[in-house]
Design a protein around this ligand. Structure first.
Ligand SMILES: [Zn+2]
Length: 659
């Protein structure tokens, strides 16, 4: 952060500082190293000493501080009607103003947190039309607070007055919004149903020609998403007009400067845990929106009822390293100020923040250099199966939720993997020479994919025929299969063919009625200039749930069969060592990050086991490799189109700088 230190030393006001800031900086969240910490304060925390709080943030080596500002509770003496300062603020205290004053000379950026989703009863009494209306006609009340509606004029008009005061009075570096839009359920998980307020009814009728439904459906969800986007557009315009160098951050993608996400846990969530949560969130955010910052908050707590009990330290560290390895800042969030009753989360995060501070030039302007793209469609098991397989196989990859890369000449990929329903636009990608792997029971609408029968289910096997193309399956003739498949026309010569469900008990009768078919389990085809592989079944889902090495080997062989110039990276290291390949164009260098996830087991996270002698071959020409954590140069040897080096030891995390 290029702050006018002299101004601060001379005791000049914040306004003098900011004018210099404005000229010198620009999009600080992209141009500067960011270490992000959030203290999410309860109203009773308004009594916190701002000096001590900022000193603790500085001691932690965080340089971006997200602190509560307004909305439900204002942490400053607001004068806007229907906006209430915390009743716990000591007389004369302006917590936001004092935090800013303490933070500036320490070069700490401050982001104000707003939550406009709820407010107090007197506002409801005066303006019931601003509020969420349940199907019963009642307002949605939680712990005495009334839910506002994204389409009412609290959000659409009055919020602008609240935010204008905040932005004009305080030199914030950004605003973050919690609960942006109408949540589907309250903090206790009780569903709220669709909002029936007049503002929603009028807008919904104009769009769909009928009343708001009494149960949320796809139309209502699309309506709500668009409602949030409309309000986001207004708030973005206001923030950027009032403070051109301030970031607009919330959990949605449109109009924001950054994509916020969380790595969190919940006691009611279905197992298995998703140990790549942070990698997934950051990779997906930057792969989908390359011009934004991806702030993935490692949430300290176990679940809402236990806001002050922290998740395992190794889980916190793993998330922070995953953030950094994929191009995001380390980001940690807790409820309450820095003097936590459970100190495990902060103790785990602090050395990672210190590491980042010591090596911060490594983490500015990172771009994913992977040559494989994985298309995300939600958080499906099929998607996660491929995500985990690629990670375990050490195939570097970019995740995208959209198809904008198809027409972006600066984003060329060797292979695109599509778990689930293929979008129509992919035909164009294939026609122009792209390589596609599609897996799922919705066949691509292409003449080379000839469907011969209906979609049906079975609990059978795929028989392996061709080991030249499927070398990983040398030790098995059979792959288990549970689920639906699309019957395609037979291919010659066969690679994999279906054995449908046959007798499986008692053992004396097993396979007594077994039938071998010619129904293919995978199809390779050329289409125009491109090449396609299609699994007419959900192999990603099966791998996610059962981790069969036969499914892994099959997917890996098909991927290798499609890559036109082989793998970008080759190594035989442990599957739980996650590798990413990132570029820093401004430094003309490549970074190979290694994140050691060997400490994860079932629902536990322990310290990772040291992994030794990791040999890596990386495509491309470079002469030098330096392991930053070990602080040593690694010998580089030439192997055709690859260069090889060996990392002697990996503890929790390492980054190798390749030039
Ligand atoms: Zn409404």
């Amino acid at each position: 952060m290029r702050l006018c230190v002299a101004c601060a030393v001379l005791g000049l006001g914040v306004s003098s500082v900011v004018s210099i800031d404005a000229q010198a900086v620009g999009r600080w969240w992209l141009d500067e190293p960011v270490r992000f910490i959030q203290t999410n304060l309860s109203e009773t925390d308004s009594r916190v000493d701002p000096k001590a709080l900022v000193a603790a943030v500085a001691d932690f080596q965080a340089n971006t501080f997200l602190i509560n500002m307004g909305g439900i509770v204002a942490q400053y003496p607001t004068r806007v009607p229907f906006h209430y300062p915390s009743t716990f603020l000591p007389p004369g205290r302006d917590l936001v103003g004092e935090v800013l004053r303490e933070a500036r000379p320490r070069r700490i950026r401050v982001i104000g947190r707003f939550d406009l989703s709820k407010t107090q009863k007197p506002v409801f009494d005066e303006h019931p039309e601003w509020f969420f209306k349940r199907t019963s006609g009642e307002p949605a009340i939680y712990n005495g607070l009334y839910s506002t509606c994204i389409n009412g004029n609290y959000y659409r008009q009055h919020a602008m007055a609240i935010l204008t005061e905040a932005l004009e009075r305080y030199e914030v570096d950004g605003l973050f919004f919690n609960m942006f839009g109408n949540p589907a359920s309250d903090y206790s998980g009780r569903p709220l149903g669709p909002c029936q307020c007049d503002a929603c009814q009028v807008r919904y009728r104009a769009r769909y020609g009928r009343a708001v439904p009494t149960a949320a459906d796809a139309d209502y969800r699309a309506f709500m998403a668009d409602s949030s986007r409309e309000v986001a557009a207004s708030i973005a315009e206001l923030i950027h007009r009032k403070r051109p160098n301030a970031a607009f951050l919330t959990y949605i993608k449109d109009y924001t400067d950054g994509i916020m996400s969380e790595s969190n846990t919940a006691v009611g969530r279905a197992l298995p845990l998703w140990p790549y949560s942070a990698s997934d969130n950051v990779n997906r955010a930057l792969g989908s929106e390359p011009g934004k910052v991806a702030v993935n908050l490692s949430m300290s707590f176990v679940d809402f009822p236990w806001r002050y009990a922290h998740v395992p330290p190794a889980e916190t560290q793993l998330r922070l390293y995953q953030n950094m390895a994929h191009g995001g800042p380390p980001a940690f969030a807790m409820v309450g100020p820095m003097n936590q009753e459970d100190r495990q989360g902060l103790l785990a995060a602090k050395p990672v923040f210190q590491w980042h501070a010591e090596h911060e030039d490594l983490y500015v302007g990172q771009k994913n250099a992977a040559r494989v793209l994985l298309l995300a469609s939600g958080d499906t098991a099929s998607y996660r199966g491929f995500f985990r397989l690629l990670t375990e196989q050490h195939v570097p990859f970019v995740v995208s939720e959209n198809l904008r890369w198809i027409d972006d000449a600066s984003r060329l990929f060797d292979l695109v993997i599509v778990p689930g329903r293929p979008a129509r636009e992919l035909e164009r990608y294939l026609r122009n020479g792209g390589r596609l792997l599609i897996a799922g029971t919705t066949p691509p609408d292409l003449p080379v994919v000839r469907v011969a029968g209906p979609r049906t289910g079975t609990q059978g096997y795929w028989r392996v025929h061709d080991r030249a193309q499927l070398p990983s399956l040398k030790d098995t003739n059979l792959i288990f299969f549970d689920g639906e498949y699309v019957e395609l026309e037979a291919v010659k010569p066969p690679l994999l063919t279906l054995i449908p469900t046959a007798m499986f008990g008692p053992p004396e009768k097993v396979w007594g009625d077994k039938v071998e078919t010619t129904i293919p389990g995978v199809l390779f085809a050329n289409y125009e200039k491109g090449r396609l592989a299609y699994f007419p079944w959900d192999i990603g889902d099966l791998y996610y749930r059962h981790s069969s090495p036969a499914h892994a080997g099959l997917m890996a062989d098909v991927i290798d069969g499609l890559l036109p110039r082989g793998r970008q990276l080759k190594t035989k290291t442990h599957p739980l060592v996650e590798l990413t390949v990132m570029e820093q164009p401004a430094h003309r260098r490549t970074l190979v990050h290694l994140v050691n996830a060997t400490g994860h087991s079932d629902t536990a996270y322990f310290a990772p086991v040291e992994v030794r002698d990791i040999e890596i071959e990386l495509a491309g020409g470079f002469n030098r490799a330096r392991a930053v954590s070990l602080n040593m140069a690694l010998t580089v040897t030439n192997r055709g189109n690859y260069r090889a080096f060996t990392l002697p030891s990996l503890k929790a995390y390492e980054v190798v700088v390749v030039e």
